[in-house]
Ligand binder design. Structure first.
Ligand code: HEM
Length: 124
């Protein structure tokens, strides 16, 4: 029954778990060069954050992963993240997905799942 099958097209287009990990790594290279947001990640455990993001993205793309990190509200409360910061991070993700040849349509499958999180992440 096709209706009960999970759509793994996007997960595969990202290169499965290893591809997602690389996309998150490359996204962080862009983030750490972006003067709008790099200071947020100056004193954080970025290896841990990257690991959590990899699991989270894999989970959202229906991959065989389970996100076990902190919920988005608790992990960002008090950081004073504004819309401009959120947009900058999404831009970094887009750049990384482009660099890793994820087709635009597949990029959007992840971005539609991230977009609603702004309610829990943006405080200003
Ligand atoms: C859709 C957008 C975002 C997603 C999916 C996301 C996801 C995550 C995840 C999974 C964690 C780790 C949670 C844990 O501790 O288990 C985290 C932590 C963090 N995020 Fe985000 N995030 C987003 C946007 C942002 C933005 C825009 C900023 C700032 C520019 C930001 C700054 C941080 C910081 C500084 C931490 C570490 C907090 C700490 O060390 O306690 N995040 N994020």
């Amino acid at each position: 029954d096709q209706s009960t099958q999970v759509d793994l097209a996007a997960y595969k287009a990202f290169g499965e778990k290893a591809g997602i990990k690389k996309i998150v790594d490359d996204m962080f290279v862009v983030i750490l060069k972006d003067p709008r947001i790099k200071t947020f990640f100056a004193e954080t455990d970025n290896e841990y954050i990257k690991q959590q993001l990899t699991d989270q993205f894999c989970d959202q793309l229906n991959g065989p992963c389970e996100y076990t990190g902190v919920d988005m509200k608790s992990s960002h409360v008090g950081l004073n993240i504004g819309r401009q910061h959120f947009n900058a991070l999404v831009e970094a993700l887009r750049i990384s997905m482009d660099q890793n040849n994820v087709p635009f349509r597949m990029q959007n499958q992840l971005l539609v799942k991230l977009a609603p999180m702004h309610k829990d992440i943006i405080e200003e």
